[in-house]
Write a protein that binds this ligand. Structure first.
Ligand SMILES: C[S@@+](CC[C@H](N)C(=O)[O-])C[C@H]1O[C@@H](n2cnc3c(N)ncnc32)[C@H](O)[C@@H]1O
Length: 475
């Protein structure tokens, strides 16, 4: 590179300079407050750890700070429903879209709680092991897929099948859901695996042929041990709080008639376009990050527990927002979809906003160059990054369309770095948002980590990448 070229600002730097006054380190929003960890003392969050979730404190903070009057609230990547339930608690009419059945099952279990009599649960917890020890046959089986084969010790698998058979005979649907949820919440604990980012890590005792360093998970409880603890946790939380108040911050409990949460099972890429214009007052969400994290592998045990077979898991993986190197292009499908709903113009407008981003082009070109030089540790990273932004461009277009004028969109997301290149997710998504009618009020940077503030603000250094909460307001 010549000296002159070095001095030339890159497109990302130009974008950074243009948005610099929006970037602000938010000292009141530590990583801990934003992330799932802040929920750890709240029931249900501590029953099943959906670590990709954000905190109810974060949702509460933004709804109170920027949502003047409770109205219609949406989370298009609803996960375990944090936005929806905090919204409900504060009097909002909550809507959620979620693709992975894991989050949907947590949401269903949470709703079932409102109909549960703790005494029924106590009786079951007292008698269940006697009943199960008498059971010789079972007709419900967990059906494995290749990535979950041999995941449980044999005795555990038999107990699990007996337990599921027992659950299937319970007539009270809500109680059945809650009991199944108890088992669902201990699957990782009773297995030979541990969730570890992109994959499951396997313990050295499993029958698998393991490559790499053996991993020792320590004591693996039996189903009886793990489930007994889990049911006691449920009972003690439910006995301390009436179910309907279980998640409420009591100072907010003015909401005597909570509005039912509406959740839609599907991809937001196809569900958002179905909402009318200017429908929502507030959107609060956190999409998957562009970090190769594969939800369908991390949650493989939970998916097979919910009855998903190999083809269904693969289909889910491909329908998720592209954030793994396995995701293939969805552009043709989206083109057909927009044409089938009679909105080919919207499709063209979205593509033109994407193509119009000079910073985006620079990233795509740079990653392709790095790939050619063998500098990326997977050759599909350029495709993943390109499609991540492309799909987010569709999501942001639709979010902007369905937000009322003056309404907000709050989004939590992390920047990423590949081959040494920082990908400023915050700036590019905000640029898309501007194109589609949002005003960029702030990009709050979470004050965390090794980099000091000036490093966090700077764009291309070796500092830790920015982790942000964006605040966009519809014009
Ligand atoms: C970062 S998590 C959100 C967690 C959520 N804020 C919570 O507190 O539980 C992102 C979620 O997006 C979901 N997701 C991925 N692709 C999706 C799609 N195309 N449509 C809807 N949801 C999707 C994932 O399954 C995951 O639950």
């Amino acid at each position: 590179m010549t000296k002159t070229a070095e001095l030339l600002p890159t497109q990302r730097q130009l974008l950074f300079d243009r948005m610099a006054d929006k970037l602000e380190i938010a000292y009141n929003l530590s990583r801990r407050v934003v992330s799932f960890q802040a929920n750890k003392d709240e029931p249900i969050y501590r029953w099943f750890k959906y670590k990709e979730g954000f905190s109810s404190a974060l949702v509460r903070y933004f709804l109170k700070e920027y949502g003047s009057m409770p109205g219609k609230l949406l989370d298009p990547f609803a996960g375990a429903g944090t936005t929806l339930f905090v919204g409900q608690e504060l009097g909002w009419e909550s809507y959620g879209i979620e693709l992975l059945p894991v989050g949907l099952f947590v949401i269903q279990a949470r709703e079932a709680l409102n109909h549960i009599d703790v005494e029924d649960l106590k009786t079951i917890a007292k008698n269940i092991w006697k009943d199960l020890s008498r059971m010789e046959e079972y007709d419900v089986h967990v059906k494995h897929i290749p990535i979950t084969k041999d995941v449980f010790p044999i005795e555990t698998e038999i107990s699990l099948n007996k337990f599921l058979t027992y659950c299937s005979k319970i007539k009270d649907e809500k109680l059945q859901t809650l009991l199944r949820f108890a088992a669902f919440s201990v699957l990782e604990e009773i297995s030979y695996t541990r969730k570890d980012g992109q994959y499951l890590r396997w313990d050295y005792r499993s029958k698998r042929d393991l490559s790499g360093k053996p991993f020792d998970k320590g004591k693996i409880p039996t189903l009886e041990e793990a489930l007994t603890n889990k049911l006691h946790q449920f009972i003690s939380d439910l006995s301390l709080n009436r179910p309907t108040n279980l998640f409420e911050n009591f100072s907010d409990a003015q909401n005597a008639n909570p509005k039912p949460v509406k959740y839609i099972s599907g991809s937001c890429l196809e569900e958002l376009p179905k909402f009318p214009d200017n429908y929502f007052d507030f959107i609060l969400t956190s999409p998957p990050y562009c970090n190769r994290y594969d939800y369908t592998r991390t949650y493989a045990l939970e998916l097979i527990f919910l009855g998903k077979d190999n083809d269904q898991v693969r289909n889910l993986r491909q329908s998720m927002l592209s954030c793994t190197v396995e995701n293939k292009d969805k552009l043709d499908r989206l083109r057909q979809f927009y044409s089938s709903i009679g909105r080919p113009d919207a499709f063209r407008e979205i593509i033109s906003a994407y193509d119009g981003s000079a910073a985006m082009r620079e990233i795509n070109e740079t990653l392709c160059q790095l790939n050619k030089l063998g500098k990326l540790n997977n050759s599909h990273i350029p495709r993943m990054v390109k499609n991540y932004f492309l799909e987010m461009c569709f999501v942001i277009y639709e979010m902007a369309r369905i937000t009322k004028s003056g309404g907000y969109c709050v989004m939590v997301n992390d920047n990423v770095r590949y081959g040494g290149e920082e990908i400023p997710i915050d700036l590019i998504l905000s640029e898309f948002a501007e194109n589609f009618g949002y005003n960029i009020d702030k990009i709050f940077i979470l004050p965390k980590g090794k980099g000091n503030s000036s490093q966090q603000m700077g764009n291309h250094g070796r500092s830790e990448v920015r982790k942000c909460v964006y605040l966009w307001q519809k014009k």
